[in-house]
Design a protein around this ligand. Sequence first.
Ligand code: DC
Length: 235
Amino acid sequence: MVQGNIAIDGPAGAGKSTVAKLLAERLHYLYVDTGAMYRALTYKALRQGVDLTDEKALTSLAENTNIKLVPGEKGGRVLLDGEDVTLFLRRPEVSGAVSLVAQVPGVRRHLAAQQRAIAAAQRVVMDGRDIGSFVLPDAPHKFFLTASLEERSRRRWREMRAQGLQLSPDDVLAEIRARDRLDSERALGPLVVPPDAVYIDTTGLKPEEVVAKILAVLEERSGGGDGPCSTGSAK
Ligand code: DC
């Protein structure tokens, strides 16, 4: 029997959301896609024409915005001030701007507080960039998923094509590379591998195979207490 919240971090296209969703279903936990919160805020900022270099304006926007993640089929819906914006959040203009919004400390503090409140109310599988390191540093189970840059951009390209978005594979690769850099270099909540996380390279693995690896770690821990796992290589 698994105990406690599960944090899943990693770069864009590492397969976090697919894996986290499947895992949450299996465990009957709530799946929390924190990237969707940053994307929803970015979408609002773009729609309102907010200057994306104005940290004060973006912080105030975050403080005056209501973002709700509603669980449901296909991973749930995102409500922005009550409006369902799920379908807009993966558009290229949002993907291109989201790292700028996510690097604002006031925005991060505000969204992280909301994420902590969600995790305090129920068991969660929460995915993002800073969940194990900053949002839920005391989570008993932390995983860091990654894959080669080429595989991550291939996955993202396929995902976008399935949504009817036509981008060249090179453009997607360039966007992922740019996002990797911004996500890793920001001052607050950068993408880092938490020292107590289990590191999984998902290159060449199907989502179900990654879920199976995670479940094996959780099962081993629940059998022998919640101590560090011998099969995972924490980096
Ligand atoms: O996982 P994603 O691609 O939907 O995330 C979108 C962006 O949001 C990503 O470029 C970085 C940011 N993000 C973040 O800074 N912190 C999180 N916990 C989740 C996402």
